[in-house]
Design a protein around this ligand. Structure first.
Ligand SMILES: *[C@@H]1O[C@H](CO)[C@@H](O)[C@H](O)[C@H]1NC(C)=O
Ligand SMILES: *[C@@H]1O[C@H](CO)[C@@H](O)[C@H](O)[C@H]1NC(C)=O
Ligand SMILES: [Zn+2]
Length: 480
């Protein structure tokens, strides 16, 4: 069965012309006495700056304008803007010398077979969809820096030296805005998406299958199953993504290595009392669910701030679990609603941690203490578990290669020995989470201003875009 192809004309540039152009632009500016190795590295650096910084930034801006809305950025699964974005990415992949196609889930692929097409492939990816009123770096940065790194290698005539195939994948859905889904694109490739997902519908009643069909992609349950990659054909997956937090900015470094992605549990807590007439029921007789909910929320905060004060080592956890929680546990109350009137209060709780057992221990302890508070206040409480995802640990071998590549990149850019690349945890989910079911994964975070994301204020400096591209480039050179 034929996959839909990218529709663009083939736009692979004349590589030797570009190479000559960059030689022409740089060499006259160099002092004549430089030894030839320096001339080469100066030229390479210039080329890198041109492709990995200037062009990559221009592409981020261009892609950031591809939106379904006029005044803000919005690209949801298979929307007209998503299709246009996919076409643009496809064109850039071809420009880098990659062979391209769009699969049955709308993912855009660009692959270079290298010296040994039968070798296990390195996959590099991120997502092309966005939230509503998004920034232009979330997702796009990982796709564009990967394409640019391959393009720079192509221009230097080095693509053919890759000892294994390299494939860039722009995933069609990570944010899950349209179908409230998690990772339609990467989950299909990793083979962890139930086929029933094809029949989930959006607000307008259109199904995932219908949305694909509207763009001439015929996806059946059978060909969805065939999208799963054979684990034997894949060597690993790497992803570059904005940090979406303030740590790198605080330490003053552009890149950080991700040691893992936090596990997550979402709870829904319902507190039922009887509100009584606000002005008439005496205070000692009230069963006010709103104040009970307030006490439960404050309990959540103090438990998650100081888990070591609440968990007993011998009973629930080992010392190392408690220690890991102290570094990674984050608890948030999302929505609070009261309906009907204030006799019934519900709120959602989001709990994230690197340690899955620790997260369980927290949920156990939290639930027990919450029920006790409810008893004391004579209100009825119900705690429901709505969603669970286990933590993902990045592969140590792949991560140490990626960390060295990031170090090399920072050194090449600054010309001096940089500080060690910091190691962070990811509180947010990423395509790497789904891909970890298929293969070993590693991730690099890129500094973003103020830690802000999912907003038009999201920003990555041009130099940091460059650093990210250089890191992928250095990583690819280790595959030669
Ligand atoms: C179907 O695709 C067309 C463009 O080909 C688009 O204008 C329309 O909004 C799409 N419909 C839905 C429901 O996604
Ligand atoms: C309590 O409120 C929630 C929504 O906030 C609602 O789904 C539920 O049915 C309500 N329960 C009762 C008993 O009213
Ligand atoms: Zn993202």
């Amino acid at each position: 069965m034929a996959s839909p192809q990218c529709t663009q004309p083939n736009t692979i540039p004349n590589v030797s012309a570009l190479l000559l152009l960059s030689l022409f632009l740089v060499i006259p500016a160099l002092p004549h006495a430089l030894p030839s190795t320096n001339v080469f590295s100066e030229r390479t650096n210039y080329l890198h700056q041109e492709i990995l910084k200037d062009e990559a930034v221009a592409r981020l801006i261009e892609l950031g304008k591809v939106s379904d809305a006029n005044d803000f950025l919005e690209r949801t699964f298979q929307s007209p803007a998503s299709v246009r974005a996919g076409n643009l990415i496809c064109k850039w992949m071809e420009d880098a010398g990659l062979h391209t196609w769009v699969d049955q889930m709308g993912n855009v692929h660009g692959r270079y077979e290298g010296m040994k097409p039968s070798e296990k492939a390195l996959l590099i990816g991120s997502h092309l969809d966005t939230v509503i009123d998004a920034g232009m770096f979330d997702g796009a940065l990982g796709i564009i820096t990967a394409i640019s790194a391959l393009k720079a290698l192509n221009i230097r005539g080095m693509l053919g030296r890759l000892r294994r195939p390299v494939e860039v994948i722009a995933f069609s859905d990570e944010e899950g805005v349209r179908f409230q889904s998690t990772f339609l694109g990467s989950a299909a490739i990793a083979g962890v998406m139930p086929v029933s997902t094809l029949h989930v519908h959006d607000k307008s009643g259109l199904t995932v299958q219908g949305a694909l069909r509207n763009n001439s992609i015929e996806t059946t349950e059978e060909n969805l199953l065939q999208l799963k990659y054979d684990p034997e054909s894949v060597w690993g997956y790497i992803e570059v993504h904005i940090e979406q937090g303030p740590v790198l900015e605080t330490v003053g470094l552009p890149l950080g290595l991700v040691k893992g992605i936090a596990g997550q549990t979402r709870l829904r807590v319902t507190v039922k009392g009887s509100q009584g007439h606000a002005g008439t029921v005496p205070m000692r007789m009230r069963q006010d669910p709103m104040t009970a909910a307030a006490e439960l929320i404050v309990l959540l905060e103090s438990l998650c701030k100081q888990p070591e004060d609440y968990l007993s080592y011998d009973g629930q956890c080992t010392a190392s679990t408690v220690q890991s929680l102290a570094g990674s546990l984050v608890c948030t109350v999302g929505e609070i609603s009261t309906w009907p009137s204030a006799s019934n209060v519900t709120f959602t709780v989001d709990i994230r941690a690197m340690d899955d057992l620790g997260r369980e221990a927290i949920i156990y302890e939290l639930s027990n203490r919450m029920y006790r508070i409810c008893d004391k206040r004579s209100v009825l409480c119900l705690i429901e578990r709505k969603h669970d995802a286990n933590a993902v640990a990045c592969d140590t071998g792949l991560s140490s290669k990626l960390k060295s590549a990031a170090y090399t990149a920072l050194k090449q850019i600054s010309g001096e020995d940089p500080d060690d690349v910091p190691i962070l945890m990811s509180g947010a989910g990423h395509d790497a989470m789904a891909m970890s079911h298929l293969t070993k994964v590693a991730m690099l975070f890129v500094r973003c201003r103020g830690g802000v994301s999912h907003s038009p204020a999201e920003h990555v400096s041009d130099d940091d875009v460059w650093a990210a591209g250089m890191a992928i480039s250095a990583f690819l050179e280790t595959l030669m």
